[in-house]
Design a binder for this molecule. Structure first.
Ligand SMILES: Cc1cc2nc3c(=O)[nH]c(=O)nc-3n(C[C@H](O)[C@H](O)[C@H](O)COP(=O)(O)OP(=O)(O)OC[C@H]3O[C@@H](n4cnc5c(N)ncnc54)[C@H](O)[C@@H]3O)c2cc1C
Length: 499
């Protein structure tokens, strides 16, 4: 019997979204001798930017930081729509010739590490043939995003079965939904709700955003004038690098100011909102959250489109709670009734760590909740494993790119010193802090199942690009924490034998 399961790759990447495609491009460039396979559960490349098809789908961060460091974003718009981002991912995959490494319809179900072989065995379900297949690899690199693809989060609404119209979750937007001239209620106050409302309001008869509590909403120009100026004068790559750094640093400065002087930032945001809305508008009812700025992700609206829809009377905000659905809409706790033909439940996502993959090390299940996150991208006690989780307070890709750079450096380092495995060792580390420092509902609902973080680097997640550049791009690889058992330091002969 063959010792190798069906197939082998030096690196298996799980997920062909923004992160997985970026990781494959970086590996092909920095580690061209490594064989790489990308396993993607869905029938398409693009992850989030292929899945979400609701009207107006767009980024809420600028594309100079949501784009890859290694491939400039050249479209005129800084806040881009979903199809443009999807095109960018596809074009990048083709430019770096990684599309042929991607196997669609391959959902990774479990992965088990064998310390004697220094190999992962990865179990996969193929949705196209309904077969179970296995692969082996030396390094497992999970780029599975952070939420469940099969089901968005939807609370159980009282009386919803009485409602005569459709109730839709933005994660499963029906292609043929006609909302022209209809009364639409969007439940929610997050990024998806503030994106949907102005977009639906272009052809609906009226759109009401029904929120239990307000979020911070800030207008931002869809075009970045500094970027336009630099792009007109400098070589493309240089202009992109400068704008990327500008936006990353401004983001950090604003986040730090929010944490240090929340009252100041609250009043800055309030003043900006006052300028956008009519004089008698109830700003403090609809735009003054009970939490501080950046305790939850902030909502950005390009060119203030949400405010414009409210000003024009095409959209409105109601801050109240649902008493019950009725056949014709929603009755609120205040006693008011919202008439609706269509209800959209923009109530969020179900978080899912490492794509729901069951991990085992030498026959023992890995309990994520008991593990400690190393540099925000590896797990204590889990060999040859990396996991991409982007920033919660900045563009996801800033971190995803750094993780990919680090994995490339680590693989080069392992080759140089003939290390067959590397494992972060958290012995002696106190790790009582939650993995994510946000109070949003979707984060609170999932924290118990996520790894912990420690007090200081490398066990501390910074959520700060500059600190992570130091730690991941420039930091020492042999830091006394990441260890290699003597049995997995191979001689040249071993290495040659194993290929
Ligand atoms: C509507 C929306 C808007 C967003 N806007 C922004 C924004 O403006 N800025 C920002 O920074 N972030 C934003 N985000 C977060 C966003 O998810 C990231 O920006 C980015 O797209 C994440 O890329 P990813 O490749 O890591 O994950 P995803 O895009 O989620 O892709 C993960 C891929 O992995 C696959 N996968 C998962 N599990 C498995 C498995 N077990 N086996 C095989 N394949 C698997 C999935 O099918 C998917 O294709 C947004 C998220 C949503 C939902």
């Amino acid at each position: 019997m063959s010792r190798e399961p069906i197939d082998y790759a030096d690196v298996v990447i799980v997920g062909a979204g923004l992160s997985g495609v970026g990781a494959a491009c970086q590996l092909r460039t920095a580690c061209p001798s490594k064989s790489v396979t990308v396993l993607e559960a869905r029938e398409a490349v693009g992850g989030t930017w292929d899945l979400f098809r609701y009207p107006g789908i767009r980024s809420d961060s600028d594309m100079f930081t949501l784009g890859y460091r290694f491939r400039p974003w050249t479209d005129p718009k800084a806040i881009a729509d979903g199809p443009a981002i999807l095109r960018y991912i596809h074009d990048t995959a083709h430019q770096f010739d990684v599309h042929r490494l991607i196997r669609l319809h391959h959902r990774v179900v479990s992965a088990s590490w064998d310390s004697r072989e220094c190999r992962w065995t990865v179990q996969v379900h193929r949705s196209d043939t309904d077969q179970h297949v296995s692969l082996s690899c030396a390094f497992l690199y999970v780029c599975s995003g952070y939420y469940r693809y099969d089901q968005g989060f939807s609370p159980s609404f009282p009386g919803v079965e009485q409602f005569a119209g459709p109730v839709i979750h933005p994660q499963h937007w029906p292609r043929d939904l006609d909302y022209t001239g209809k009364r639409v209620v969007v439940i929610g106050s997050g990024a998806t709700a503030v994106t949907l409302v102005p977009s639906l309001a272009k052809s609906a008869s009226h759109v009401t955003m029904l929120q239990r509590s307000p979020s911070y909403v800030a207008a931002r120009p869809a075009h970045d004038p500094v970027a336009d100026w630099l792009r007109a004068r400098l070589p493309q790559k240089l202009a992109y690098t400068l704008v990327r750094w500008k936006n990353a640093l401004l983001g950090i400065a604003f986040f730090n100011l929010s944490r240090r002087r929340p009252e100041l930032v609250k009043s800055m945001l309030r003043n900006a909102t006052v300028k956008q809305l009519p004089a008698d508008y109830a700003i403090d009812t609809h735009f003054a959250p009970s939490y501080n700025p950046w305790d939850q992700r902030m909502c950005l609206v390009p060119d203030g489109d949400l405010f414009a829809a409210i000003r024009d009377g095409r959209a409105s905000i109601v801050t109240d709670q649902i008493d019950t659905f009725t056949p014709t809409g929603i009755r609120l706790r205040s006693g008011a009734h919202l008439d609706a033909d269509i209800v959209v439940s923009a109530t969020g996502l179900n978080m899912l760590a490492i794509g729901g993959i069951r991990l085992q090390v030498d026959g023992h299940d890995v309990d994520l909740a008991q593990s400690v996150s190393y540099k925000g991208m590896m797990l204590s006690g889990v060999p040859n494993f990396a996991w991409t989780v982007g920033y919660t307070n900045a563009s996801w890709t800033l971190k995803a790119d750094l993780v990919a750079e680090y994995v490339c450096r680590l693989l080069q380092h392992m080759d140089r010193y003939h290390y067959a495995s590397v494992t972060p060792d958290a012995t002696g580390t106190t790790a009582a802090n939650p993995f994510l420092d946000l109070t949003s509902g979707y984060v609170r609902r999932s924290l118990a199942g996520l790894p912990k973080q420690g007090e200081r680097a490398p066990w501390r997640l910074h959520q700060n690009y500059v600190k992570d550049v130091r730690l991941l791009r420039r930091g020492r690889l042999d830091d006394g924490v990441i260890f290699t058992p003597a049995s997995s330091v191979w001689s040249n002969a071993d290495t040659a034998r194993r290929g």
